[in-house]
Design a protein around this ligand. Structure first.
Ligand SMILES: Cc1cc2nc3c(=O)[nH]c(=O)nc-3n(C[C@H](O)[C@H](O)[C@H](O)COP(=O)(O)OP(=O)(O)OC[C@H]3O[C@@H](n4cnc5c(N)ncnc54)[C@H](O)[C@@H]3O)c2cc1C
Length: 264
């Protein structure tokens, strides 16, 4: 089975994050990592590989130079090879352009052998659009099942459970297809020491836009269909209010506080 996982390199949410003057996210001057939600996609791809001998799992990312770190993590977890699409023209790309680049790369990956399953996370942890998997399915003309919480498969037949607020549904689908998986789909494995060492020898290809046949004029900030007009950093959190109950008035003080905030 030929499996592609889309892994996004995102700014580390525990570090300082900033916007650039053109309202794009600063991705170069900050620490980054594989989007935690994409680790679930890696896990599902690896479980699929374990069930289907001779499977090949390719980790694909579109992003700046450092985005190869996201691929390296996927390789350490057990993916077989990586593809990094990097090109200055991609900076500032919107969802449409990002999905176009990813789809073109997946098409190229499928030139040797048809891609059976494309697996994405439920959302990136930075832009959190949750739209790329659907856009990929449209561009690749494949069926999509998004936000799967349980993925079962037998050969190319899939049964995917999706959880809603009031009900769950089970969708049947046949590969080739695009899947996105939630953080309920199964704990992602940690890279083992053996995996970390093995990853150093796994192939990681770097492709430019011309390698995948995408016109540079169709991507990037200038080609975006939408514009981020304004961004503001959130004010830092202020210290909370502490109620000290020394004379039995604590309960009333709590109720007054909640009422003042209109919680009750
Ligand atoms: C006008 C505009 C300008 C923008 N400028 C920038 C910019 O300069 N730099 C920037 O990074 N973003 C920029 N963005 C946001 C960028 O378009 C999104 O980050 C990107 O399209 C992916 O969307 P998402 O992160 O919401 O992914 P989602 O739809 O939430 O992602 C779902 C899944 O798709 C896959 N996926 C998504 N993106 C990638 C990727 N790049 N590589 C591999 N897999 C992926 C992952 O599996 C992920 O879990 C801009 C957006 C707009 C509208």
């Amino acid at each position: 089975m030929n499996i592609v996982i889309c892994v996004k390199y995102v700014p580390d949410a525990t570090g300082d994050r900033h916007f650039e003057s053109d309202n794009t996210v600063d991705r170069v001057g900050v620490d980054g990592l594989l989007s935690e939600l994409d680790e679930y996609a890696v896990e599902q791809a690896l479980q699929l590989k374990e069930k289907n001998e001779d499977s090949v799992v390719t980790a694909l990312t579109v992003g700046p130079e450092d985005a190869s770190e996201a691929i390296k993590k996927a390789l350490q977890m057990g993916a077989d090879k990586g593809v990094h699409v990097v090109d200055d023209a991609i900076a500032g790309s919107d969802y449409l352009a990002t999905s176009q680049v990813l789809a073109a790369a997946i098409t190229k990956i499928g030139e040797e052998s048809e891609v059976d399953v494309v697996i994405c996370g439920m959302a990136s942890t930075d832009a959190t659009g949750s739209v790329i998997p659907a856009m990929l399915a449209e561009r690749l003309d494949l069926p999509q099942v998004t936000l799967g919480s349980v993925i079962e498969s037998q050969g190319k037949e899939f049964r995917i459970k999706r959880d809603g607020d009031t009900s769950t549904e089970v969708i049947g689908a046949t590969a080739p297809l695009v899947l996105s998986v939630t953080d309920q789909s199964g704990e992602a494995r940690y890279p083992s020491f053996k995996g970390i060492m093995a990853a150093k020898k796994k192939p990681l290809e770097t492709w430019s836009l011309s390698d995948i046949g995408v016109d540079a004029g169709q991507v990037g900030l200038d080609a975006a269909w939408t514009a981020v007009e304004n961004t503001e950093e959130r004010p830092p959190r202020t210290a909370g209010e502490v109620v000290t109950d020394e004379d039995g008035s604590g309960a009333k003080a709590l109720v007054d506080f909640l009422a003042s905030k209109k919680f009750i």
